[in-house]
Design a protein around this ligand. Structure first.
Ligand SMILES: [Cu+2]
Length: 197
């Protein structure tokens, strides 16, 4: 460190201002052209080290940031591809759906959905609302839908449909709002027995 502290004097061609020197300034100056001075060596070493460190930081930054950028892009594409499931997209406003499903007897299920606007929870009227049913224990084997859900008179934003399921069991009811904003929600309903529950 002490030699480094003396280096600026050599750079300026001045003799070291303080302290005893191991090698005389005159000799050092006469031998100057035989090799790079300690200052130059240090400077070159410093530049090399600095560039190496900068390169490493750059490479590290590239390696660390690139994958996430790719992931973001692929996620964006996935969201675009999954346009059929708008609930996944968080950026788009999604209608809030409160689904109730009730077995009203004879395998009939009444599905009701209260559809409200995001944020304000104002009822969404004149919407396009559809229902789907699928048996939990037998996925896709007798999936039903889209079943048009009609807005109930006198109850703005409330949509209803009655559908019949083919057999007793647990069903997944999906309500899909297509207009004015896309959204969907699910509800389980247990259809047991033929009598009224
Ligand atoms: Cu079944």
């Amino acid at each position: 460190m002490t030699s480094k502290l003396r280096l600026p004097d050599e750079m300026l061609g001045r003799p070291p201002s303080r302290g005893p020197v191991r090698r005389p300034a005159g000799r050092g100056r006469s031998k100057r052209h035989r090799g790079p001075s300690p200052f130059r060596q240090g400077m070159i070493l410093g530049i090399c080290l600095g560039m190496t460190v900068a390169l490493m930081i750059g490479a590290l930054g590239f390696l660390l940031t690139r994958p996430t950028a790719v992931a973001d892009v692929s996620a964006g594409q996935a969201e675009k591809k999954g346009a059929g499931q708008p609930a996944a997209g968080q950026e788009q406003p999604a209608a809030s759906i409160d689904v109730t499903a009730q077995h009203i007897g004879d395998l009939q299920v009444r599905i009701e959905a209260k559809v409200t606007a995001p944020g304000s929870y104002d009822p969404i009227t004149k919407g396009q609302v559809f229902a789907y049913t699928d048996m939990v224990a037998m996925p896709l084997s007798h999936k039903k839908g889209p079943i048009v859900m009609a807005e109930v008179a006198g109850r703005p934003g409330t949509y209803q449909a009655v559908t019949q399921v083919p057999m007793i069991g647990e069903y997944n009811v999906t309500v899909e709002v297509r207009q004015p904003m896309a959204s969907r929600a699910d509800k389980r309903v247990d259809v047991q027995g033929v009598t009224k529950s």
